[in-house]
Design a protein around this ligand. Structure first.
Ligand SMILES: Cc1cc2nc3c(=O)[nH]c(=O)nc-3n(C[C@H](O)[C@H](O)[C@H](O)COP(=O)(O)O)c2cc1C
Length: 185
C-alpha cells in the first residue's frame, strides 16, 4: 500500500457543534466549529479552537464564557449557515431560527433545538500562530432525556451527530462495540 506523506490534519473526523457567546453589551452570537476535544475529567474541561481574528474569538477572549451546543443532523443547514456568516454583520439566532434559553451559570444562551448544551467558563487560552485553543471548564451539562437509553447512557444514534472532515459532512451508522470487548472473547 502506497502512503501519501504530507503533514496535514485533514484525516480527523470531528463533530460539528454550535458554540454560543455573548458580548459585554448582551449581543448573542453562534459560531459553528469542529475543532473540539475533551481535556480533563476533574474538573471537567474541554477545548475549542477558533481562529483569533474571528468575531466569536474576540468575544470569548473578552467575556471568558461560552456554551457548546451539540446539534443533530436535522439541523445541518443551520450548522452550515452559522459557519458561513459573521455575527458582527448578522443575527445568527434569527437567521437560523434557533430558540434562546437562558443558561444557569453563564451569559451566553443555550440553543433549545440542540439536545446537549454545555455551559463553560474559560480557564485557559493557548495560542499557536492564529489558532486560539480555549480551555473551558464545564459548569453544567444539559441533556435531553430522550437521548438516553435505559442505563442512562447517550444513544448517539438518537442524537445523530454531524461529523465534519475535509470540508464534508458525514453521519454515523451504528454502534459497533463496547470498549474492552476484545478482552471478553
Ligand atoms: C462545519 C464547519 C466547521 C468549522 N469549524 C471551525 C473551527 O473549528 N474553528 C474556527 O475558527 N472556525 C470554524 N469554522 C468557520 C466558522 O464557523 C466561520 O468562520 C464563522 O463564519 C465565524 O463566525 P463569526 O464571524 O460570527 O465569529 C467552521 C465552519 C463550518 C461550516
Amino acid at each position: 500500500m502506497k502512503k501519501i506523506l504530507e503533514p496535514n490534519n485533514a484525516m480527523y473526523l470531528l463533530p460539528a457543534v454550535l458554540v454560543t457567546c455573548c458580548d459585554s453589551s448582551g449581543k448573542d452570537n453562534i459560531i459553528t466549529i469542529a475543532w473540539t476535544t475533551n481535556i480533563c475529567r476533574k474538573p471537567p474541561c474541554l477545548g475549542i479552537v477558533i481562529s483569533g481574528e474571528k468575531y466569536s474569538a474576540t468575544i470569548i477572549k473578552d467575556t471568558k464564557e461560552f456554551v457548546l451546543n451539540v446539534p443533530g443532523a436535522q439541523y445541518l443547514k443551520e450548522v452550515d449557515i452559522c459557519g458561513q456568516t459573521h455575527g458582527d454583520k448578522v443575527d445568527k439566532f434569527e437567521l437560523a431560527n434557533f430558540t434562546k434559553i437562558d443558561a444557569l451559570f453563564v451569559k451566553p444562551k443555550l440553543i433549545k433545538e440542540c439536545p446537549i448544551n454545555m455551559e463553560c467558563k474559560v480557564k485557559d487560552l493557548f495560542i499557536i500562530e492564529d489558532s486560539h485553543l480555549f480551555i473551558g471548564e464545564v459548569l453544567k451539562v444539559h441533556i435531553d432525556e430522550n437521548l438516553l437509553d435505559s442505563s442512562g447512557k447517550i444513544n448517539y444514534l438518537k442524537l445523530n451527530p454531524i461529523l465534519y472532515g475535509d470540508k464534508a459532512y458525514w453521519s454515523i451508522k451504528d454502534m459497533i462495540g463496547y470498549r474492552g470487548f476484545s478482552q471478553k472473547i
